[in-house]
Design a protein around this ligand. Structure first.
Ligand SMILES: NC(=O)c1ccc[n+]([C@@H]2O[C@H](COP(=O)([O-])OP(=O)(O)OC[C@H]3O[C@@H](n4cnc5c(N)ncnc54)[C@H](O)[C@@H]3O)[C@@H](O)[C@H]2O)c1
Length: 339
């Protein structure tokens, strides 16, 4: 079986961790991992090559492109929502210019090799932006084309990169006399907040869900930065990773869009606490909303309409809310902290 070479940027992060684990089980795949941060030994051992570097380093990207023919690129490297709000210029550089560097590399490879290069892009529910809580409640499950009025730097970066990727896939150099021999096959997923048992998030605005659980498991107090009734969609990390792999493998002929919503469950912060308390009855959690971070969560939808993903490429989450806790999060988190 011919080996597929898969580039993962931001490979040392939360999704990268899960993705490398899954790809390492596929015998026909070799992973080239790129991240600013060093990768821990056990994860690095699962990769064909690990590169420490910056996606903004154009020379490094050029070198990687000269050294490997990539079949699939999972472009995960980014600054997340809270960090992006605090450092907007850096966010624009990493999230937009960095993505542009990777798209340029992908289109160069596709044209040179005369074949399509699959470009997987993890977008976010942060592309949506609603003005207030009553509007959010009324909107319910938003579909991909509604409320594309992000209120954060991160959401704005993500929405623009969805458009940029779509442009590279469908219209890049449209005035050229000859049609290209290979294209960037750009495919995006608007992820909800992902909850991992293996890693603790940093820099995101959905972090309160996983933070609450990880702190309770360690017997540490936690002040939740949103109101008890704050509601956004969440998903267990294995489903997020599975979605990336499934969409990457879907036949292009089945896809009716370039960017898809995916949903699993949409609990309020209070409901996450209820489940956390069932497992850790001593959980010391208080609600101390940070008005500004709460404002960002209030702009994100309560839930998403993922009919297109279900119809086009068979998206179904393995974990609903109860099962995510009982079968995935609690066993692994309990093992991790030895309670
Ligand atoms: N985790 C979630 O809940 C969630 C939800 C929606 C979308 N996403 C998206 O998924 C992707 C991965 O998210 P994650 O949760 O794994 O984030 P993460 O913060 O855990 O990982 C991101 C990684 O990118 C790396 N990185 C940052 N800047 C870089 C640069 N200039 N060059 C090279 N590497 C760089 C970081 O070192 C980090 O390891 C991101 O694009 C994020 O926006 C995540």
């Amino acid at each position: 079986m011919p080996l597929k070479t898969v580039l993962i940027t931001g490979a040392s992060g939360e999704i990268g961790h899960g993705l490398i684990d899954s790809l390492a089980r596929q015998s026909d795949v070799r992973v080239v991992a790129l991240d600013l941060q060093p990768m821990e030994g056990a994860m690095a051992a699962k990769c064909h090559r690990v590169v420490a570097g910056d996606i903004l380093d154009a020379d490094l990207i050029k070198r990687l492109s000269a050294e490997h023919d990539f079949d699939v690129i999972h472009h995960l490297a980014a600054l997340l929502s809270t960090k992006s709000e605090r450092e907007p210029i850096l966010a624009h550089k990493v999230n937009v210019e960095g993505t542009m560097n990777l798209l340029e590399m992908a289109v160069g490879q596709a044209r040179l090799q005369g074949r399509d290069v699959t470009f997987m892009y993890p977008s976010s529910i942060a592309v949506y932006g609603m003005p207030d809580v009553p509007t959010k409640k009324k909107a319910g499950r938003v579909s991909e084309s509604e409320w594309l009025t992000p209120r954060t730097m991160y959401g704005t970066n993500k929405l623009y990169c969805e458009l940029l990727g779509t442009y590279y896939a469908e219209h890049y150099r449209q005035l050229d006399a000859e049609p290209p021999r290979g294209r960037v096959d750009f495919r995006g997923i608007r992820f909800p907040g992902l909850i991992s048992a293996a890693t603790v998030p940093t820099g995101g605005t959905s972090d309160y869900g996983p933070e609450m659980l990880h702190m309770a498991a360690q017997g540490k107090p936690y002040a939740c930065f949103v109101r008890e009734d704050a509601r956004i969609p969440f998903m267990a990390m294995p489903d997020g990773v599975d979605a990336l792999l499934r969409l990457a493998a879907a036949p292009a002929s089945k896809l009716t869009r370039r960017v898809y919503n995916i949903g699993a469950f949409a609990p309020s912060a209070g409901e996450i606490l209820d489940l956390t308390k069932q497992a850790f009855p001593g959980a010391d959690v208080t609600f101390k909303p940070d008005v500004k971070r709460q404002g960002i969560v209030d702009g994100w939808p309560e839930d998403v309409n993922d009919d297109a993903a279900r119809n086009d490429w068979g998206w179904t989450p393995a974990f609903g809310l109860q099962r995510a806790f009982s079968d995935y999060l609690l066993p692994a988190i309990t093992r991790r902290y030895g309670k």
